[in-house]
Design a protein around this ligand. Sequence first.
Ligand SMILES: [Zn+2]
Ligand SMILES: [Zn+2]
Length: 371
Amino acid sequence: MPRDPYEVLGVGRDASAQDVKKAFRQLAMELHPDVNAHDPDAEEKFKEAAEANEILSDPERRATYDRYGHDGLRSGGYAPNFDSFGSISDLFNAFFGGAPSGRGGPAQGGDIAVAIEIDLLEAANGATVEVSYEAVERCEHCHGNGAEPGTPIETCERCAGHGQLQAVTRTPFGQMARTVLCDVCHGDGRVPKQPCRECRGRGRKTARRELEVDVPAGIADSQRIRLSERGHAGEAGAPAGDLYVLVRVREDERFVREGDDLIAALDVAAPLAALGATLQTPTLEGMASVEVPPGTQPGEVLTLRGEGMPGLRRGRRGDLRMVVNVMIPRRLSEEQRELLERLNGTLTAENLRSDESMFAKLRRTLRGDGA
Ligand SMILES: [Zn+2]
Ligand SMILES: [Zn+2]
């Protein structure tokens, strides 16, 4: 049984057509198999999203689904059809460009979206990442005019060079005339006498392209890099579309990013928290020393200036903020127990008075104004 299309696209039952389109676009960006090589299920998920979109973007189908569910759609003769990879590509192209142009001057090529994934260290230092994608390119054999070299291009006979046809349809209200694109020359008004054998007269063909993308230091998750004119080729005389590279930054086990700052936990043994110590702690780049002052309390924040992420625009690096996790000893030996009992017997109210309430400390940590 297929999943609920609303659930697949993550939209509510009352989502507008615009909402549906937006949600699908977002998902398609993330899931397209050309884009998401890391997730083995991406292709399946993309199909599912495309099917959900096909149902929800068609008002009649959507109404049928709302009333009768998937069974209703199927008994009405509707079957989703995204079995071949080709049709997924076509669908994606229809969404992101590369689709045939309308009338009026040579059209710019469509934009292409790809996604890359980097880790936090690469995000901090900047990285060069190779992307591979399919793009429509001008056919070099015919230089984009669709004719086998040395053969003439002639005025289209079907439309007499207008590129358009008048289609007349009979309706209960009489005859209706409308203008449609010529099906022979597709609006060009000219057709090659002998179509180019490389591109079968289309003037363009699809090719896989490899490109090195420079990811600037300090980039955040979900930011996009635009490379102009690296998208699909345009019609002769028009510029290519753009390439958009969506950058995903993998989660790091040690650090949580907050703007340009990094937050980490710092484990400190209870006696050292009381005595004070110099500890080694991992940073993005390696290890650094951190001073734990005597009497450090759980939840206190120690800050290493400039050990965070570089600012994408400003030159200053962020900080590494470490939240102190005081480790209370467990499974004590007899000797340890005696030592702690003796220590406890000597503690005075002055030893245990806190300078700051636990709540105030927590608030400070969450606000991030450091120690
Ligand atoms: Zn060609
Ligand atoms: Zn024509």
